[in-house]
Each structure stands twice: as C-alpha cells, then as structure tokens.
Design a protein around this ligand. Structure first.
Ligand code: ZN
Length: 288
C-alpha cells in the first residue's frame, strides 16, 4: 500500500487506540475491567454514545463537557488521543519508511509506546506505575525477542552474544541483559539518591518500567535513555521548584519521553556510547 494512504489510515487507528488507552488510564489503577462496560461519564454515570466518543472531534464538538451533566471532561482525553495518533504515524514514518525496519519491529515499538503513555499518565495523576503494565512488558519483551530477533538487529545489542550461535538465542540474551541493565541502573541510582537526599529518589515502579524498556530496546539504548531522562526532568523540575511545587515529581513521563525520542534517534546516541565504551576499554587495557 502507498504511504499516502497508510499514514492517514494509521493516524485513525492511532486515535482510536488512544481512546482505548484513556480507558486503561482511568480503569487499571482502580482495578476495573478495561473491556466492560463501555465508556460512561465518571460523574453522572451516563453511557457515552459512539458519536460522543469520536477521538478529539467529540471533545471539540461537546466543548469539553459531558453532554448530560455538563461536567468538564479532562483535557487528558484529547491529549492522550493526539499523542497516540502521533506515535502510530511518526514511528511508521521513521522506522518503516525511513529506516526500513521490519513491520514487527514497528508493531512492538508502538506497543511499548502505548504502555509508556498509559504508565506516564497514571504516574502523573496517582504517583504509581501499575504492575499490570510493567510485568506484562517484562514477560513479553524476551518472548518478542525470541520470536522476532530483528528487534535487536539495528541497535547492535547482539555483538556480545555472537557466541551463542543462534540469532533467536542471541536476541533473547540481548533482551534479558536489557532487563537487567535497564532495571539495575534505576535501582542502583535510586538507592544512591535515597541515601544522598534522605528521601525516596526513585520508586520500584521506575525500576520495573526501565526493565521493560531495556527488554525491548536492549542494554545500550537503555543506558542512553537512563542518562537522557534527567535532562527532560530538569526542564520541568526547575520551573516547578521556583513555583515552590517541586515536592514529588513523577519520573515515568521523563523515562518515557527519553525512550520515545530514542526509538527513532538512538543510532547517534548508541554510537556515542560505543565510542565512550571503547575509550574506557582502552583505558582499562593501559592500566592493566
Ligand atoms: Zn456526565
């Protein structure tokens, strides 16, 4: 199919999936089914008809208010829908059209993007990252890697494991190492930060979130993402501190933002990391 047809098609699918992610953001933390019943207004409990449930368009037509009780609908709804629509189309453009990645790599990265959107918005509202998402991610990452080893080709996570001799086993090992290093980095820095600041610096939710990211992306991008996220956090934290509101800042949105940016752009970052690792190994060789 032509990209001119595919991109608008993926945008529509993305907007619809975004609408579903909104349901997940609302229902997963309160332990309600994400399938049944259909959408309803949280205040007056009236069911939302299909024509009031069209992504973005319905929000605009209703003036951001419930048709029945006129309660304001959270701006989160159109924001999540737009972000998911952008995710579906931009990833397709960068990964499939521009980089020529396999279709399954696009699908898996897009799934990861959806998991990160849901985790980030729940974290922003409730300061938790649901285990339902991170555990599912940590289990599916090695499975996806075994089934679709091309997931780890472009990021060169495999070099260490050429010993195993099987592309599938190499990809599985790359995923497991990604889980270990992704989660491990957050854990180690979280413990150090807690000791230094004398208050919890990073939660176990962040550890599991980065383990999930590492399992899909591999260890090198996980390292890049871990060191990229604080830059995004600083941009937000500094103004909040000046406003005197910087008590607790959810960290999942910054890890997610760093991941979403790194998916299309990781190559120069990974190359930079490789050159540092090379210098480090040369230094070690000199010293030994
Ligand atoms: Zn209502």
């Amino acid at each position: 199919m032509d990209a001119a047809i595919l991109i608008p098609f993926l945008l529509i699918i993305g907007l619809a999936v975004g609408s579903f992610l909104n349901v997940c953001i609302y229902r997963i933390p309160i332990g309600k089914s994400i399938i049944r019943p259909g959408s309803f207004c949280p205040l007056c409990k009236k069911p939302i008809t299909w024509y009031d449930n069209i992504p973005i368009i319905s929000y605009v037509l209703l003036g951001g208010r419930c048709r029945w009780c006129k309660e304001a609908i959270s701006l989160r709804y159109p924001i999540v829908e737009s972000l998911t629509g952008a995710l579906f189309t931009l990833f397709f453009y960068y990964l499939v059209i521009k980089t020529g990645e396999h279709l399954e790599v696009y699908v898996i990265y897009t799934l990861l993007g959806c998991a990160l959107i849901v985790s980030s918005f729940i974290d922003m509202e409730l300061y938790i990252i649901p285990n339902e998402i991170t555990y599912a991610g940590m289990v599916s990452a090695p499975l996806f890697s075994l089934l679709f080893p091309s997931l780890h080709h472009s990021t060169d996570n495999l070099r260490v494991f050429n010993l195993l001799g099987s592309v599938r086993l190499d990809a599985l090992a790359a995923s497991l190492l990604g889980i270990l290093i992704g989660g491990g980095l957050v854990l180690v820095f979280g413990v150090l930060g807690t000791l230094l600041l004398r208050k919890e610096a990073m939660g176990m939710g962040d550890v599991k979130l980065m383990a999930m990211v590492g399992g899909i992306m591999g260890w090198k991008p996980a390292v890049v993402i871990f060191f990229l996220a604080p830059f995004f956090a600083l941009v937000v934290a500094i103004p909040l501190l000046f406003l005197g509101k910087g008590r607790t800042i959810p960290y999942a949105p910054f890890l997610s933002l760093a991941t979403l940016v790194s998916i299309p752009l990781h190559e120069p970052f990974v190359r930079f990391l490789d050159s540092r690792l090379y210098l480090f190994s040369e230094l070690l060789r000199e010293l030994l």
